[in-house]
Every structure is written in C-alpha cells, then in structure tokens.
Design a protein around this ligand. Structure first.
Ligand code: NDP
Length: 480
C-alpha cells in the first residue's frame, strides 16, 4: 500500500519535519519557514473555551433498545416498538471543576445522552441526582460562582458555598445527596442518571403527560467514601475516565435501564408537590417507575476532542412526542445550553459529525463561521417557497398548553416544610453507615464556616429530620 505523505494544510508535501529553516547552520529562523509558522499557529489554537460547568468529562457511543411499550404515552418514534434500537452518544462529567480537575471530586455528575433518532436528535441532559440545588435559573450564575475559586485568592471557599446555601433553603435536598457517598460515585458506570426536570410526552391522540426520566445503573450503585475519593484525586485524577474507557475496551459494556414516571397533564394542578419544582422528586409511591428500555455503551471514542469535547448537548434538542414543561430551571437551560455551545463551538456546532442528526436536515439557516458542508447549495434559503419544500410538518404540532396569569417575578409558595420534607425522606432512606458518612462529610465541609451561617443551616437540617440535625450538631460541637 502506498504510504501516506506528511502534508501541510494546503496539501503541500513536507520534506523535513525535524529541522527549522535557518539562515546558515546557527542562523535565525526564516520567516519563510511557513511550515513552522503554520505548525506553531495551529498549536496555539488547539484549546477552545472549556465549558463553564461540566468541563471535565468522558464519553462513549452506544445504543438504546426499547424493552417495554410506552406508546400510549408518547408518539416519539424512538419508543415506537419493543426491540427498536437507536444509536446514542453519552457524556459523563463533574460540574464545578476545570478540564484538568479530579474525577472523584464531591460534585454532582452530569449524565447526558444524545439519541440519534429517526426523527432527529433527542438529548436527555441530566445528572446523577434526581433534583437540583435551585429551582429558578436567575440564581444559577450566583450559585456556580460559589462553587468556583474566589476572585482574589483563586481558592475555593466552603464559607462561600455554605453562605449561599444558607440563603437558599431549597438546596437542602440536593445537599443531602451531594454529601452522601452518592456525591462521590465510584466512576461513571456505577451511578444512576436522572433527567431531573419534568418533561412532557405527547401521544398520537394529542394527549400530554408530564414525565420524569430515570436511568438506573445495571452495574449496581457503588460509591467512594470521602477518604478514598481524596486519595484517588491525587493518585489518579482521571479515575472515572479510565474506568469507563477500559471497561468498554475490555468488552464489559455498561448498561442502564431507563424508566419513566408518568403524570397525566390534568393531575399537575392538584398534586401536593409542585411537579415543576426541580428541587423535588415525585415519590415512587405516587408515580411508580415504568420500564422503557436499556442504554448500553459499547464503543469508545476514537478521538476525544472530536467526539467528547465537541459533543454539544442541549435540552432544546427534542423530537415529536417529547416536549418541555413549565419547570423554570428547564426553561432557563433552553436558553443557556445552546448559547454555551454557540460560544464554545460556533454557530454551526450542530454540523459537527458528533452532533449532526443521522437524518437529512433541510432549513434556511445559512453561512456563519465554519460552515463546512455545502451550505444548502442552491436550494431555497427561504420558506414558504413555490418549490413547496422543505415543507412544514403540521402533524408534529403539540397540543396547546394552557397558561394564564399576570407577568410578575414570583417566588415559590412559602410552605417552609416543603423545602425540607424530601431531604428528610432521603436521610431516612439511608442505611446507618451511610447516615454516618453523610454527617461526617457535612461536618468536614462546614469546618471553619461562620457560626451564624451554620446555625441557620442547622435549622434547615432540623426541619428535615430531628435526628439528622442532632447528629450533625454533635459532630460540629454545637449545642442546639
Ligand atoms: P422510595 O423508597 O420509593 O425510593 C427511594 C429512592 O431513593 C430510590 O429511588 C433509591 O434509588 C434511592 N436511594 C436509596 N438509597 C439511597 C441513598 N443512600 N442515597 C440516595 N438515594 C437513595 O421513596 P420515595 O420515592 O418516596 O423517595 C424518598 C426519597 O428518596 C426522596 O425524598 C428522594 O430524596 C430519594 N429519591 C427519590 C427518587 C424518586 O424519583 N422518587 C429518586 C432517587 C432518590 P436507588 O434504586 O438508586 O437506590
């Protein structure tokens, strides 16, 4: 076979890739060494902006196979028949740390899957936790600032973290998960994934259902205790990345079973819990898990940058039969995710091979930086047009969603206990050894934090569960 020749970007063959072009043996390098200039200039531009959150991640290709019929709830073609297989790409991540940070940090884990369905791409962009710290997107940049280094010292600060949480009582439920051992999962294969937000399903009768997605690990839940996580952060900061890559390389393909919880549209109004509040779960006793299918990861990326770094997930990517909900955090993400991708990758990020739908996409979007396909050729770049295509698909219309009310900036109802009840329920679900680790992890994080902040926070723990607050107070050496 003919050897591939080393070439410059314009195709010119390179005859020497070891020595710069100089004026004489020891002379300065010549400007006309365009090969060197190109090489250095390209190298300078290898890094792109890292994600402001979820910067450190790992990913893999896979499949989703339907195992149970849910067509009475959704007409989404991905679920149209038992046995149907759809290609996927999944990216796992930590949230707060930079691209080089440790995989075992105490942090929620991102769990994002792109389903390349035959009706376009559907992204389920969730976490390994069913809830979140806040429920209004207005608070998101402030919250993330507390997870990042301080402006002066560039050091992370527990005081800042707890200061914000003490002023944000709805965070207690997520705090309880974060400081349990589920806040330090043993790699990405042994944790669950949750859509977290409430989404909607629409069936072929145009009926709407509210839906929560769950992906339960079939490897079993496995977590690290704090001391192990800390040790691994030093010994192998890429612990989870390596674990995922090697498992797949060895043919030990990780799997998750997808379930949904389904709420008929009309039940939302009277439900005792606001079903669009992402700081709350829907208890299984109220809305049991319904099996849907299996996600299996069976192929590693061949190129990390092209497939993992350039993968761009967004909850805006949905398909007919799947819709949004009034969840305010979800609504905020519908802006911020595609905005982040345009910033990171440019306006044509959906044309990148990893993000491109597997079906033909025809629309009037044209030009922009790095438009590297035929840019729509000479086909119409406006619609409607006399050619009659691309044509609107009116059959994919969603049923109308009734909304009313005065435009205002609304807080949530001040039923105080509602912010703490589920944190307490979670505490009580934990076996004794996990409770003990939770208390220890919290106390460790709160060491040295201002006493007033701790006192406020302890009130919240008390409202969640008396035993929870009592044990934490004792561990902190504070008498209530
Ligand atoms: P259930 O007893 O029906 O469910 C408890 C849930 O908690 C299970 O999904 C289980 O998931 C999960 N769980 C078990 N042990 C732990 C642990 N140590 N740390 C974190 N999660 C754990 O009760 P409810 O549905 O009424 O929920 C009770 C509490 O459980 C909630 O307040 C919430 O905090 C938590 N939870 C609820 C979920 C839901 O969607 N209803 C989902 C996840 C957590 P697993 O199979 O993964 O162990």
């Amino acid at each position: 076979m003919k050897k591939k020749i080393l070439r410059m970007d314009n195709g010119k063959a390179v005859h020497d890739n070891q020595n710069s072009l100089t004026a004489g043996k020891n002379g300065p390098v010549l400007m006309q060494d365009v090969q060197l200039m190109e090489k250095l200039a390209h190298f300078n531009r290898e890094e792109i902006p890292e994600r402001i959150v979820h910067a450190k991640g790992a990913g893999a290709h896979g499949t989703f196979t339907v195992t149970n019929d849910i067509t009475s709830y959704t007409k989404a073609s991905i679920f149209s028949e038992v046995g149907k297989v759809t290609e996927t790409f999944t990216r796992f991540s930590t949230v707060g740390g930079e691209r080089g940070s440790a995989d075992t940090a105490r942090d929620p884990r991102g769990f994002a899957t792109k389903f390349y369905t035959d009706e376009g791409n559907w992204d389920l962009v969730g976490n390994n936790t069913p809830v979140f710290f806040i429920r209004d997107p207005m608070k998101f940049p402030d919250f993330i600032h507390t997870q990042k280094p301080l402006p002066d010292s560039n050091l992370k600060s527990n005081e800042t973290v707890w200061d914000f949480w003490s002023k944000t009582p709805e965070s207690l439920h997520q705090i309880t998960t974060l400081f349990s051992n589920r806040g330090t999962p043993d790699g990405y294969r042994h944790m669950n994934g949750y859509g977290s937000h409430t989404y909607s399903f629409i069936n072929d009768k145009s009926e709407r259902f509210w839906v929560k997605f769950h992906l339960k690990t079939m490897q079993g839940i496995k977590n690290l205790r704090a001391d192990e996580a800390t040790r691994l952060a030093g010994e192998n900061p890429d612990y989870a990345t390596q674990d995922l890559f090697e498992a797949i390389e060895n043919g030990d393909f990780p799997k998750w079973k997808m379930y949904v919880q389904i709420m008929p549209e009309s039940e939302a109004e009277g439900y005792r819990i606001n079903p669009f509040d992402v700081t709350k779960v829907w208890p299984h006793g109220d809305y049991p898990l319904i099996e849907v299918g299996v996600l299996e990861l069976d192929r590693n990326p061949k190129n990390y940058f092209a497939e993992v770094e350039q993968s761009a997930f967004s909850p805006t990517n949905k398909v007919p039969g799947i819709g949004f909900s009034p969840d305010k955090m979800l609504q905020g993400r519908l802006f911020s995710y595609p905005d982040a991708q345009r910033y990171r990758l440019g306006v044509n990020y959906n044309l990148l091979p990893i993000n491109r739908p597997k079906i033909e996409v025809e629309n009037g979007y044209r030009n922009g930086f790095m438009r590297f396909d035929d840019n729509g050729g000479n086909r119409p770049n406006y619609e409607p047009n006399s050619a009659g295509e691309p044509a609107e698909a009116s059959e994919t219309k969603e049923p109308p969603l009734g909304v009313c009310g005065d435009a205002n900036r609304y807080g949530y109802d001040s039923d105080e206990n509602s912010d703490f009840a589920q944190a307490g329920a979670l505490y009580r679900v934990m076996p004794e050894n996990e409770k003990e680790d939770l208390i220890g992890n919290l106390a460790y994080s709160m060491r040295g934090v201002d006493e007033e902040i701790i006192k406020t926070q302890l009130e919240y723990f008390y409202m969640a569960d008396e035993d929870y607050a009592r044990r934490l107070s004792i561990r902190l050496g504070i008498r209530r």
